[in-house]
Design a protein around this ligand. Structure first.
Ligand code: GLN
Length: 492
């Protein structure tokens, strides 16, 4: 069994045919984590129960009991998602000792499908960042070049996936945190429509934007994972009752006659020449496949970054108010030795528990929501956001899907932007609109830029994940496998 190449269906079949056992599969990936992850720092926790859980699955197969569609597939879960009995830190000191007594719905659904969880993936603190450098547990490295960032905030998920330390991983995407690291690490990453995937048990960052989704080595695996994790959940009232198709069965790479929109405001001034060149190749490739390219205008995308940072920081300041050392989270040890007032107690606990970027956002958000300012900032951003959503809906009257770059550059160097928040935020120019409009989006590996992998971004109308996956499948089929191109990450 070639665990490095195998897709989910091949593995589950081999398992059912007893060509391989779940224990062997788990051992293979645990060995890889042990030998390779010192170079990446992509895990915050490795599941100590994995072998026992794999053995239980093997016994189930021996007893000829029916097993789920993800039987034996090894998943890594971003540390934003609650995992019963396994630490869940959100990359923060604030939650360093938090072991949830329950699973997030998404995790429960993976387990119900008989997937195995190998551990928790490192990330930017509370998912705030684009480089995975703000984690309390140290920065994550890009497996293609360990002097570079893997992207963020789901950098651990993307890096581990690219190095095959798991067969699939889960990330969250509030402003690009699945798509951007997927692009930087050369893996597939999908952010579903807002409301498609339950957020029950996912640590809240910005509640009107947060979604979770898969990062995988190929489109088919992403489709299969989505099929399992999408769908209404009684524990999350924002989930939609929209029917969940058999995405993986319905995959269809025929895009002949379909219309691909390119956003005028994005594509004419892509700052990096290698990204622009690669995007143009993708456009030509789509034309060769019989698709028609149409230019669409979405003028409000130019305000996406300020809108996103106002809305996300405001919602974060509210969501993170619960971490006060009493109800939740890190508690200052100073309360043991001194008589602290309640205010002092909160200040020390929050001051010591949160990192600099999180504090910056809490301050920005509190200001933007404060009396006298919220109309000018938060409410204004919400109104413009509504108009942006409408501009997308109008654009989709002219095309089936929108295609564009994911990022302005390939993976940048560690420490390059971490001390310059504005530089870091501007990095999110192409990804944030999708979240603001609530649309499904993905990054599919396509070509290389400056000898680094890079993705193409696809955005579909609300609840059209199938269309998204089909276009990605078509693009993927034009790419010779990395193996054939003799290209693979440095850490592999
Ligand atoms: N980079 C963006 C931010 O820093 C997006 C993060 C995300 O999607 N979680 O907020």
């Amino acid at each position: 069994m070639d665990f490095l190449q195998s897709d989910f269906v091949t593995l589950t079949q081999a398992l059912k045919n007893k060509e391989v056992s779940a224990v062997e599969t788990a051992q293979f990936f645990l060995r890889r984590v042990e030998s390779l992850d010192q170079q990446l720092n992509s895990f915050t926790h490795v599941n100590k129960e994995l072998l026992t859980q794999a053995e239980e699955l093997d016994q189930k197969i021996s007893r000829k009991e029916a097993v789920g569609p993800l039987a034996g597939v090894i998943f890594g879960i971003k540390d934003m998602l609650c995992t019963k009995g396994m630490p869940t830190t959100a990359g923060s000191k604030m939650l360093q000792n938090f072991v949830p007594p329950y699973d997030a719905t998404l995790v429960a659904r993976l387990k119900k499908a008989d997937a195995l969880i190998i551990g928790k993936m490192n990330q930017d603190e509370f998912a705030m960042g684009s480089s995975s450098e703000t984690s309390t547990y140290g920065p994550v490295k890009n497996p293609w070049d360990t002097t570079r960032v893997p992207g963020g905030s789901s950098g651990g998920s993307a890096a581990a996936q690219a190095s095959r330390l798991a067969m699939g991983t889960i990330g969250t995407d509030t402003g690009g945190s699945i798509r951007q690291p997927a692009s930087f690490c050369g893996v597939v990453g999908v952010k579903p429509t807002y409301g498609r995937v339950s957020r029950y048990g996912i640590i809240a960052y910005a509640s009107s934007l947060d979604q979770a989704g898969p990062l995988t080595s190929n489109v088919k695996d992403a489709a299969l994972t989505l099929e399992i994790i999408c769908g209404q959940d009684k524990y999350d009232s924002t989930t939609s009752d929209h029917v969940v198709e058999s995405f993986s069965q319905n995959l269809n790479a025929d895009i002949k006659g379909k219309k691909i929109g390119v956003i005028k405001e994005f594509i004419h001034d892509i700052p990096d020449a290698s990204i622009a060149k690669n995007f143009n190749v993708a456009v030509e490739t789509a034309k060769d496949l019989g698709a028609e390219i149409v230019e669409v205008s979405i003028p409000l995308t130019q305000y996406a970054v300020p809108m996103y940072y106002l809305i996300s920081a405001s919602e974060a300041s509210s969501n993170l108010a619960r971490y006060d050392g009493v109800k939740y989270g890190y508690r200052t040890p100073k309360d043991q030795s001194a008589q602290l007032s309640l205010d002092e107690f909160y200040c020390f606990s929050r001051g010591e528990g949160f990192g600099a970027e999180v504090k910056r956002r809490i301050m920005l958000g509190t200001y933007a929501l404060s009396s006298g300012y919220s109309d000018a900032f938060y409410l204004k951003a919400c109104k413009v956001r509504r108009l942006l959503r409408q501009q997308f809906i109008d654009a989709f009257k002219k095309c089936d899907i929108i295609m564009g770059p994911v990022t302005t550059t390939p993976a940048f160097k560690l420490n390059d932007k971490v001390d310059n928040p504005l530089k870091m935020y501007l990095n999110d120019i192409f990804t944030t609109s999708t979240n603001l409009a609530g649309l499904p989006g993905m990054s599919v590996p396509f070509g290389m830029a400056q000898q680094l992998p890079i993705g193409i971004q696809l955005t579909a109308p609300h609840f059209h994940e199938q269309v998204l996956l089909n276009f990605a499948y078509a693009l993927e089929n034009t790419q010779p496998a990395l193996e054939t191109r003799k290209l693979r990450p440095h850490v592999y």
